[in-house]
Design a protein around this ligand. Sequence first.
Ligand SMILES: *[C@@H]1O[C@H](CO)[C@@H](O)[C@H](O)[C@H]1NC(C)=O
Length: 171
Amino acid sequence: MFSFLFIAALCASCLASPTSHSSFSPAVGGGSGTSFAIKKGDERLTGVRLWEIQGAYITGLQLRYGYIWSNRVGRVVGNPHELILFDGEVIVQVSGKYHNSNYIYQLMFVTSRGRSLIVGQPVQFSFNFYAAHPDAELSLLSGRNNSAGITAIAAHWEHFDIQTTALPMSD
Ligand SMILES: *[C@@H]1O[C@H](CO)[C@@H](O)[C@H](O)[C@H]1NC(C)=O
């Protein structure tokens, strides 16, 4: 009996740990320039914005947490390509194409509802990032950028604890 209770308590504490279901998809890309990490907001990830050079590579990116857009990484070129998530929708996959010695050429974000944002060109090497745990979602991106565009990208996955949200989202 005692050992049963002990194991039950142990499992409860591992479920409650904020990092228990997090994982990291290591960077791909040439990687010149300086490193970046999106500054993660307090609320759930709710949107993605990307900028590209027509017929070429990804120049900039930005993530939205709750109603607040993060710091922008890289360079703005023309209008952003944007995906705003629905209530409860999360990003479950980040895929794309990268060149070994320069830029990220394509980025694709896939949601739990099967919608996707695809920007850039299908050239060079492919990559596919997924969470290691079924209840984890994309929480932030990191990588490297130079003055022209995004040169490397990595993904961070976490389980978002609903109890920490102050208010339900509405639109
Ligand atoms: C990376 O992007 C940021 C944000 O636009 C910019 O301030 C920084 O200078 C860029 N890095 C390099 C090496 O140009």
